[in-house]
Design a protein around this ligand. Structure first.
Ligand SMILES: [Zn+2]
Length: 257
C-alpha cells in the first residue's frame, strides 16, 4: 500500500508522553474508529500543537500513514480544534465523568473499527457534559453507559429472561456470570434484583437521546441500583472491570444536592 494522507475528525480519549517532547494520542474518530496517532513535538512547551492535542479536545486531523510497518500509528500533519470543551477541563466532576465516558472506549472497543453510532454517542455526550447542571452529570453517565452497550449491539429486552426466554413478570435480576435480564428461576445467590425504577430507566435510556439526562430525577437508591446492575452487565459482557465505577460515589453525592 502507498503512503497516504487521511482526513479524520475525532475526540482525543487518551494521551501519553513519549520520547523527547512527543505524544501518542488515542482518538475515537468518525472515519476509522479508535486509532493511535503520534504528535511529534507536541509536548514541547512552545509547540503550537501542545494546546491542540490536549485530552478531550474534539479535533479535525490531517493524518499521514506510511504503511511500511504493521501496527504503525498515524502521524499528525495538521490539526484543527473544533471544540476544547473548556468546562469539562476546568470542572472536577465533569473531568471525572469525561474519563468515565472514554474508559470503556479505550478498554473495550477494538482498534480501527469504524462505528459512526459510537462516534456520535461519545460526541453528543461530551456536548451535553460541557453544559449540563452539575447534579445531573451522574444521570448523563449512566445513560451513556446503557447507550454505549446498545451501540455495541447489546440491546436488552426487559420482557424476556436472557437465559430461559420466559416472560419476566415483576422480578428482574442482573448477574456478572449469567447475564441480564434474568428471571427469578435463573438468578443465582450473587444476582442483583433490579428495582422497578432501575428497570424502567434502562429500557428508557436505550431509546432516548443523551440530552434528556438533564431532565432525569430519581431516588439515590434507584441510582445506586442502576449503577450496580450496569457494573454486573459490563462484567458479564466484557469480563473486565472499569476503574470508573469508583468515581460514581462522588458524582452520586453531587446528584443528591
Ligand atoms: Zn430465566
Amino acid at each position: 500500500m502507498k503512503s497516504r494522507y487521511y482526513k479524520a475528525e475525532g475526540i482525543i480519549i487518551k494521551s501519553i508522553k513519549f520520547g523527547e517532547g512527543h505524544k501518542i494520542l488515542t482518538a475515537y474518530t468518525k472515519e476509522f474508529g479508535r486509532i493511535e496517532v503520534t504528535a511529534f513535538g507536541s509536548q514541547k512547551p512552545k509547540s503550537k500543537l501542545a494546546n491542540k492535542t490536549q485530552l478531550f479536545n474534539y479535533v479535525r486531523f490531517l493524518l499521514y500513514h506510511s504503511h511500511t510497518k504493521e501496527n504503525e500509528p498515524f502521524a499528525v500533519k495538521e490539526i484543527e480544534v473544533l471544540n476544547y470543551f473548556d468546562k469539562i477541563k476546568e470542572d472536577y466532576s465533569r473531568y471525572i465523568a469525561a474519563s468515565c465516558i472514554v474508559e470503556p472506549v479505550v478498554k473495550l472497543i477494538g482498534r480501527e473499527q469504524q462505528d459512526v453510532g459510537i462516534f456520535k454517542l461519545i460526541l453528543k455526550s461530551f456536548y451535553v457534559l460541557d453544559v449540563i447542571e452539575e447534579r445531573k452529570i451522574i444521570y448523563l453517565l449512566i445513560m451513556y453507559l446503557v447507550k454505549l452497550l446498545s451501540s455495541m449491539g447489546y440491546r436488552f429486552n426487559l420482557d424476556l429472561c436472557a437465559v430461559c426466554n420466559s416472560y419476566l413478570e415483576g422480578e428482574i435480576y442482573a448477574d456478572s456470570f449469567r447475564g441480564f435480564p434474568l428471571c427469578g428461576r435463573c438468578k443465582t445467590a450473587n444476582s442483583l434484583k433490579l428495582s422497578n425504577g432501575a428497570a424502567k430507566f434502562i429500557s428508557w435510556a436505550q431509546n432516548e437521546e443523551v440530552f434528556k439526562s438533564s431532565k432525569v430525577t430519581m431516588e439515590l437508591e434507584t441510582l445506586s441500583n442502576i449503577k450496580t446492575a450496569l457494573q454486573k452487565v459490563y462484567e458479564f459482557i466484557f469480563n473486565k472491570s472499569l476503574d470508573g465505577w469508583k468515581y460514581f460515589d462522588n458524582l452520586e453525592t453531587t446528584a443528591n444536592r
